[in-house]
Design a protein around this ligand. Structure first.
Ligand code: ZN
Length: 347
């Protein structure tokens, strides 16, 4: 790749800027979509061109956008700092080149602790998600359907959670009989209110292996939100704080808080903070992870997959963790299931 060429990250930014500038809604929509897709292109545009391949091979790129990209590559426009909602996102090609600097890093990953199934807003069954995890060589997955307060995502209530637990027991028994070293952990993505409290009966949560607690409301507040995080970390039912900032690529910047104080408090309560590897989230990102490293709190690297193939998004989170030089012993997913359960629920 030549040194001055635009990267996919630059192109994602240019596409988003062009989308904002376009007065035609359909064109703008296509450009926004391509900007998001650029985060996941498997090859750098400059390398594709060097190989004389067509840019329309790339997801989200039709003849019109292909022409635009070609123009930018021939005469690279100047890009100033990234717009606020697009700062600090890795592209897949960047993530893969970071991971190449330490080939053993990815191999340490033993299982994903946030994903959704058909029981809430995912497309795969429990079994589908388990098979996707097995195919990646995992030892476990944590299934975290949304809890009942998140109606828009078909949140699961106590009775359905109980029923899911029975299905998990049956599947785990089947894996054991088949001699597979693999288990599904019982979990949930507990919807937290702005006081850090969940929406499920605590006795039903006690039967779970892991609880991921996440904020899904009041995410556009601009004033400091440190207190709600401290309250969530103090909630004894929450083991992992999911997608902490609540940011979404090119859409929402996420919450503002005193992150050092939050990570120090997480270290004290033994709560893990998450790297949600979903491409649009990448939450926490590298800069905040460096702060988290200094505090020594536990970290979970998850994908928040809503479809089985999305488990592969984990490369983005693994790369962010490696770039931030997180300590492997603090990463839950680098541990066996028994070890990680003991780390989040010390007896
Ligand atoms: Zn969530």
């Amino acid at each position: 790749m030549s040194r001055n060429a635009l990267t996919n990250s630059d192109i994602a930014e240019l596409l988003a800027l062009e989308a904002s500038a376009s007065g035609r809604p359909m064109v703008s929509k296509a450009l926004r979509k391509a900007s998001r897709a650029a985060l996941l292109w498997p090859v750098e545009v400059v390398d594709l061109l060097e190989e004389d391949r067509s840019l329309t091979e790339l997801n989200g790129v039709g003849p019109f956008i292909s022409k635009t990209l070609q123009g930018w590559m021939d005469k690279p426009p100047k890009i100033s700092a990234r717009e606020e909602t697009r700062k600090g996102f890795l592209t897949l090609t960047e993530a893969r080149s970071i991971l190449l600097t330490n080939p053993k890093w990815k191999a340490r990953y033993k299982g994903d602790l946030q994903m959704h199934t058909v029981s809430s807003d995912g497309s795969g069954t429990l079994h589908d998600m388990a098979l996707a995890g097995l195919a990646l060589g995992y030892e476990y997955i944590g299934v975290t359907d949304h809890s009942k307060g998140l109606k828009i995502a078909n949140g699961i209530d106590e009775a359905r959670l109980e029923c899911q637990g029975e299905q998990i027991d049956e599947l785990n028994e089947r894996f054991r009989k088949e001699g597979q070293k693999f288990r599904i952990l019982k979990s949930i993505e507990l919807n937290l209110n702005t006081s850090g409290q969940g929406d499920m009966d605590p006795t039903s949560l006690e039967k779970l292996d892991v609880v991921v607690g996440s904020f899904h409301s009041a995410l556009r507040k601009t004033e400091d939100q440190t207190i709600r995080y401290i309250e969530a970390l103090d909630n004894p039912n929450v083991h992992i704080l999911g997608h902490p900032r609540g940011r979404v690529y090119n859409y929402r910047v996420g919450l503002t808080a005193n992150w050092k104080r939050i990570f120090d408090h997480a270290a004290k309560t033994g709560t893990a903070v998450e790297i949600d590897s979903y491409p649009d989230r990448q939450d926490l990102n590298v800069d905040l992870l460096k702060l988290a490293r200094a505090s020594g709190c536990l970290i979970a690297i998850d994908t928040d997959a809503h479809h089985p193939p999305q488990l592969e998004f984990v490369e983005l989170g693994l790369a962010a963790a490696l770039k931030a030089k997180l300590k492997p012993e603090n990463i839950l997913n680098f541990q066996t299931a028994d070890k990680l359960l003991q780390m989040i629920k010390p007896s």
